[in-house]
Design a protein around this ligand. Structure first.
Ligand code: UT7
Length: 319
């Protein structure tokens, strides 16, 4: 048996306020028809003043801990993926640690934007396999509504807020993370970025995106990295039970599945309900499909994501 990081529990949390397309159409020059046809998005959740990346992350972590049957004190590692932390520092992971009342553990954030959760899973899984950790909380949490230009119809309709979490635990077993492949290509900064930061403008900045170009790269890169991760796990696309993709655009999900020859029924889609929640979207979709009974013990699941950087990655696991 091999030492692996198995998923012991999943959880998620959404802000209280759900915003339908029609509400945005009253603010910017857009329509429910355009948004649904081009993206598949119908709703997104927007954080209120009392809701932050760390508070949503903490709520999601509590649900994942309950699903795993564990207490906060059982956690010795927190890796939180976000591009919208509560503060520039300290990390939102340490805020989650404090909120959960964990007196001592390793806690840090990773920044890989929409691929952040894949990067976080890879780091936590590697630390577990290296015996630097036994039980980890891996969280993707975002409040992208705070960095949107609410006058730019080409971006503000696409994103939402939320958090998803998993508990990874060391096990000598054949379930757990089987293989992960990550990539980055920093030459595409100008296609998807935030026009501010502590070291440049001294401001938080707003999200800017050339959507059509990002779309083109996404389909090519995602299909390639999924094949790479499946190869590394010694599996074929035909052996995949579920794909849990980053939820940016329903058309990207369709095109990527088609490239791999996967039927659309095997793809978990939540973009209609949550919109693009960046690092939160994969764990939010995973939790949705675990809770509604689609993903079951023993299933082969592929997680995949692509985002700003560019960064992209895929992870193959046996649930
Ligand atoms: O999470 C990180 C990864 N991000 C992504 O994967 C996003 C990838 N990109 C996309 O999902 C799509 O490219 C978008 C949804 C962003 C845009 O869809 P598109 O089919 O590529 O549209 P487009 O940008 O080519 O724009 C088509 C038209 C334009 O008008 P003209 O120039 O043809 O007259 C836009 O101005 O649609 C217009 N448009 C809108 N119209 C109504 C752009 N946004 C809107 C809007 N409502 N919200």
């Amino acid at each position: 048996m091999t030492r692996r990081a198995a998923i012991l529990g999943t959880g998620s949390a959404l802000p209280k306020r759900r915003v339908p397309n029609a509400e945005l159409a009253a603010q910017v020059d857009t329509s429910d028809e355009w948004i649904v046809e081009r993206t598949g998005i119908r709703f997104r959740y927007i954080a209120g003043e009392d809701e932050t990346t760390a508070s949503l992350a903490t709520d999601a972590a509590r649900v994942a801990l309950a699903a795993a049957g564990l207490e906060p004190r059982d956690i010795d590692l927190i890796v939180l993926a976000t591009a919208t932390p509560d503060q520039t520092f300290p990390s939102s992971a340490t805020k989650v640690q404090a909120a959960l009342g964990i007196p001592d553990c390793v806690a840090f954030d990773v920044a890989a934007v929409c691929s952040g959760f894949l990067y976080a899973v890879s780091v936590a899984e590697s630390m577990i396999r290296a015996r630097s950790a036994e039980t980890a909380l891996v969280i993707g949490a975002e409040t992208f509504s705070r960095i949107l230009d609410w006058e730019d119809r080409a971006t503000c309709v696409l994103f939402g807020d939320g958090a998803g979490a998993i508990v990874l635990g060391a096990e000598e077993s054949d379930r757990g993370v089987l293989a992960t492949r990550l990539h980055a290509d920093g030459s595409h900064n100008e296609l998807l970025y935030v026009d501010g930061g502590p070291s440049t403008t001294g401001t938080v900045g707003k999200l800017r995106m050339k959507g059509r170009e990002v779309f083109r790269h996404a389909v090519v890169n995602l299909a390639a990295v999924m094949n790479e991760a499946l190869d590394a796990a010694g599996l074929t696309p035909a052996e995949v039970d579920w794909v849990v993709p980053h939820q940016a655009n329903a058309r990207i999900l369709d095109a990527t599945a088609k490239k791999l020859g996967l039927p659309p029924e095997k793809v978990v889609v939540t973009v209609d309900q949550h919109a693009n929640t960046s690092a939160a979207s994969v764990p939010l979709a995973l939790d949705t499909a675990v809770r509604d009974g689609r993903i079951k013990a023993g299933d082969v699941v592929v997680l995949e994501a692509m985002g700003g950087g560019f960064t992209w990655g895929a992870s193959v696991l046996r649930f």
